[in-house]
Ligand binder design. Structure first.
Ligand SMILES: Nc1ncnc2c1ncn2[C@@H]1O[C@H](COP(=O)(O)OP(=O)(O)O)[C@@H](O)[C@H]1O
Ligand SMILES: [Mg+2]
Length: 661
């Protein structure tokens, strides 16, 4: 079943070891329990298949002992030698016990009929074995796929529900590839590896038992080579695996070197370092080749070595058994009984059945270990506690009016490292709140608390007097619109990306929303307008265009509370002003939070809050804060002012035009 290539592919894969094998196996079983019938069928079929494999040699032995080379009972050197044991054919058995003459009297036709039946039985066994083997693997794969489907579903569901905090601590890309490669390994194992190992092990044990039962001395001698086979296989496949690991590392080095010298090609050339760079690459490249060659030599050696050892086994069986048959003596003089030629043939069959399962077990065992380790990681993820959960008695958030109240809020991302230290403010319905402050001050952290993306560590966040922890997340978030600095667009049409804000919206609604936030003009100019399919994460659009689409999405959603976290940082001032005008329309009587680096945004705010190191150090209107000449004044002088002056002269006309309209 498994040629060199199959083995190679399997050994090339990454392997890893699980820490807690029994617990993980228990979890796997939990998944399989619902589909236990498939596993039971597969295992039962494997037992029958193995039975056909260990039974066939018996019949081959009978063909020899009854028809080709029957041995009559005789005295030999003062020793009684029984006739061959021909259980297959009672007539022949009687004849054998009756001596040479009666054996000669058995008609040729009867012998041929007997032989014919043996051939038929053998064919039947082989056919049955093949068919049932196929069915067993089919049953197992089917069950495995069902289980994997369930596992992937659980994973997806979990990942959708994990809180933001989890994603900020774990690299998502890494997580995703881990999970796909882990489920892949598990798929391989449930597909065929596990069943191959089980059937291989069963075959080995069963064959050994049959051999020992048949003639234990002969069996021990014949089996003497099996441990060698086993260790050779384990050694070679481990070495190959190690070499592949090394080759993967070297390949990583080659790639890293390649990338670095291409990215830094200007520096390399400017400093005349071409030769060093080429030498370095040559070295890494050679190391990769060496590792690969080493791996390939071990992989290629595996089958020939096992084959050679198999021939040694055959040699041992023939020589030891043959001597006993020819001399009519028990094996080495210590054997329990004289060996018949049929037994020699049966043993030849037996020892040849060891090769394949030993390779299978050696190669696949590591994969099974990897799958267990992968399962451990997957279950670990599934067990991650979702930090933010609805209370059991969570109510639905009624329609939000818009009064947002932070009282003595402390919050942070890591234990004992508060980012917000006692933030206290109230945003009245309909107000626009601007939050300003240096990078890292905690602005984003504040707005993350309103839709309860993170949990406060102390204090409370209330909307219309209701603690956000007392309502369901769905009912809360469906009324809050957020646009972040780095927006996420799906690889879908522009139309559907905007519609994400409100799934039931008609095309007209979508276009109206886009028009409202001044996104319409650029969308119309896209190759296929609203039907243009965006690349992954919205590639093909400028950062500002992506922000416009995200803003249109929120405009369509028509939220009761709007949060813009540097959402217009990449659009030009004129467009930003158009967007603001639009939002003034939408947001009549609704509350908004705006984090912006542009003065134009802040100047219109009802309240400006100046944040520093997680504390509100100043609050008031733009005018009062300027008059105060405190921190806000300094920030204004250093940041906004510089930006405002050239803008004012450049865009002065536009601004007045907009304001009049
Ligand atoms: N996901 C996160 N995990 C850990 N620390 C974070 C995370 N997000 C922000 N922080 C830390 O919290 C502080 C405030 O961040 P943030 O609210 O994003 O600042 P701002 O939006 O004002 O620039 C920073 O010191 C930042 O390092
Ligand atoms: Mg921020």
């Amino acid at each position: 079943m498994m040629g060199i290539d199959g083995g190679r592919r399997l050994m090339e894969g990454e392997t890893s070891k699980a820490a807690n094998v029994s617990a993980t196996l228990g979890r796997f079983w939990g998944y399989f329990r619902g589909n236990a019938i498939g596993v039971i069928i597969a295992l039962a079929l494997v037992v029958v298949v193995t039975w056909t494999q260990v039974t066939a040699p018996d019949y081959i032995g009978q063909a020899v002992d009854c028809y080709f080379y029957p041995r009559v009972a005789q005295s030999f050197g003062g020793q009684e030698i029984p006739g061959s044991n021909c259980w297959f054919d009672p007539t022949v058995q009687t004849a054998v016990n009756g001596g040479q003459e009666s054996l000669n009297a058995v008609p040729l036709d009867a012998k041929l009929t007997g032989l014919g039946s043996i051939v038929l039985i053998l064919l039947g066994l082989f056919a049955l074995g093949s068919v049932l083997n196929g069915l067993a693997f089919f049953a197992m794969s089917r069950t495995g796929q069902t289980v994997l489907k369930k596992m992937r579903q659980d994973l997806f569901l979990k990942m959708q529900n994990l809180s933001m905090g989890y994603y900020s601590e774990h690299e998502v890309g890494n997580l995703m590839s881990r999970i796909t490669s882990d489920t892949d390994t598990i798929q391989q194992v449930f597909g065929f590896a596990l069943l191959s190992v089980i059937s291989g092990a069963l075959l080995i044990v069963w064959v050994m038992i049959k051999m020992l039962q048949s003639n234990w001395v002969y069996a021990l001698i014949s089996l003497s080579i099996v441990p060698v086979m086993f260790f050779a296989t384990v050694y070679l496949s481990n070495q190959a695996r190690k070499a592949y690991r090394k080759s993967r590392q070297e390949m990583g080095n080659v790639n890293a070197g390649l990338q670095e010298s291409i990215a830094g090609v200007r520096e390399v050339q400017a400093f005349n370092r071409e030769e060093e760079s080429i030498d370095q690459f040559r070295l890494r490249n050679a190391a990769n080749r060496d590792a690969n060659v080493r791996a390939a030599s071990f992989t290629s050696a595996l089958n020939p070595v096992l084959e050679a050892l198999g021939y040694v086994a055959v040699g041992i069986v023939v020589v030891a058994g043959g001597l006993s048959v020819l001399r009519n003596q028990p094996l080495l003089g210590i054997g329990v009984e004289i060996i018949s030629l049929g037994t020699v043939f049966a043993f030849l069959q037996y020892v040849q059945r060891f090769n394949q399962p030993i390779t299978q077990i050696a190669v696949l065992w590591a994969n099974i270990q990897s799958a267990i380790a992968g399962g451990e990681r997957i279950f670990g993820l599934l067990d991650t506690e979702i930090e933010i959960q609805d209370k059991p008695n969570a109510k639905l958030m009624p329609e939000i009016q818009g009064r947002v109240e932070f009282s003595q809020v402390e919050a942070g991302y890591k234990v004992d490292q508060p980012v917000l230290k006692g933030v206290d403010f109230t945003a009245e319905t309909g107000q626009m709140i601007a939050i300003v402050g240096p990078t890292g001050a905690g602005k984003t952290t504040i707005i993350n608390l309103i839709p309860r993306f993170y949990e406060v560590t102390s204090g409370s966040v209330r909307i219309d007097g209701i603690d956000v922890r007392d309502v369901t997340q769905d009912s809360l978030r469906s009324q809050i619109g957020i646009v972040l600095q780095d927006t996420f667009l799906f690889s879908d049409t522009v139309m559907n990306n905007i519609r994400y804000g409100r799934l039931g919206a008609t095309d007209e609604d979508v276009i109206a929303a886009a028009k409202m936030v001044a996104a319409d003009t650029f969308i119309e100019r896209l190759p296929e307008g609203y039907q243009t399919v965006l690349g992954e994460r919205g590639s093909g659009l400028s950062q500002g265009q992506r922000q416009l689409i995200a803003i249109a999405r929120v405009a369509l959603m028509n939220p009761r509370i709007l949060i813009l976290d540097e959402a217009t940082s990449s659009v030009d001032t004129r467009t930003e002003r158009l967007i603001q005008k639009a939002f003034e329309q939408i947001l009549k009587g609704r509350t908004s939070f705006v984090i912006a680096h542009r003065l134009s945004t802040i100047r219109n705010a009802n309240v400006v809050m100046m944040l520093k190191d997680g504390e509100i150090i100043e609050r008031g209107t733009h005018q009062t804060l300027l008059a105060k000449q405190g921190a806000y004044y300094d920030l204004y002088m250093s940041q906004f002012r510089r930006e405002e002056e050239p803008e004012a002269s450049m865009n002065g006309k536009v601004e007045t035009a907009v304001e009049k309209s």
